[in-house]
Design a protein around this ligand. Sequence first.
Ligand code: MTE
Length: 452
Amino acid sequence: MTLEIPTDLPPTPPDSTHSDTEDKLEAQPESLTLLPAIPSSSPPTNVLEPDKKTPDSWLPRDPRLIRLTGVHPFNVEAPLTDLFAQGFLTSPELFYVRNHGYVPQVHDADMLDWEFSVEGMVEHPFTLKLRDLLAEYEQRTFPITLVCAGNRRKEQNVVRKTKGFSWGAAGVSTALFTGVMMADLLERAKPRRGGRYVCMEGADELPNGCYGTNVKLKHALDREKGMMIAHAMNGEVLRPDHGKPLRAVIPGQIGGRSVKWLKKLIVTPEPSDNWYHIWDNRVLPTMVSPEESANKPAWWQDERYAIYDLSTNSAIADPAHEQTITSDGSIESYAVRGYAYGGGGRRVTRVEITLNKGRTWQLAEIDYAEDRYREASPQSLCGGTLDMEGYEPSFCWCFWKIDLPISDLSAANDIIVRAMDDSMNIQPRDMYWSVLGMMNNPWYRVAIHMDG
Ligand code: MTE
């Protein structure tokens, strides 16, 4: 197979007057139109009022995003209904954002000179510019779902306040990411014996140093794990909030491992000692209270409590919370719909719904849009090669649907969903509360409101 090595970056996002989806579909060969549509994208052009007095005052953002931590830093999710309406792929402006601090500003003119290094326990440490990454390495495109470990944390905060802010169920989004496999870079550097972790560091300087964390070296070298260093999403240069110009994308693991504004990959014998690796992204035992955890670093330094693979999860997007379903006789059934995802590349194998709090369950139909990429013949997509033949793992969310008779809905109080993956990991009935409120995945419930 011959590869088209791009010598330049993918196009910058079109301006807001440019209509996109139809153009993109028109421009695609016929076989590509079977793939999920890339949603319409119109980069915001206005700096929003709240951002004007923050270090991000140069950065236009979409006003539909819901701010979860006041004005700054920018931590947002789209309304779940809007996110779901976009379909399998999320447009960059509605993709959830989790920033620990300010967004490093990188001008278009300087992007290709962005430099990052591969160092630590390697035979051949090197630094590379983005222009060389584009010219010298095979560019690949994968659909990948990112999920914040705090997705659905609001439910934990309602039960007992955690140290984290309240995400709803839209701390999850999917895009076509284009870049190079992390394994290609590590193989060039040749990790030395004894190296077990790949630490990553971003360019954002925060009160406790730069943002950094690690993945396991043996996973990073395994192409089946899909770990990549990406410079584009949905065929556009990464948006500033999503790591422009370069980020790690770690499929199947919590979003916190996908370091943005990437400056360093460091092979080490020990896990990262970065402050954010130690004091964030953990599920401590449930009896540890916020007060106690603050005074006991030993809880945090125990690598057993660090979280990597996502937990199996699902949510109901339609009906939305507080939505009223009509029961005036005009419809006989209602299509209840939502999403589900597994962790660590595990595929969701069933999604079940109950209208009687778990006494009986019904199976929902699942649409695995990711399989359309898997089954597509190798082709150029968004500036990289799409070739997922032989890739076993599941990197993406799936959508499910079940038609329920209006009479059944009228007789019930709530709709509850749970998913199971191919290792039989099933969402639990009960919540596992923990001090950071992460990985919340008990059965998801929406109360039923009928008019009439
Ligand atoms: N990388 C840097 N440099 N700084 C950050 O604050 N946040 C992490 C991760 N990478 C973060 C980062 C967290 S916690 C998540 S969930 C994802 O980025 C979110 O990626 P997104 O904002 O593109 O959705």
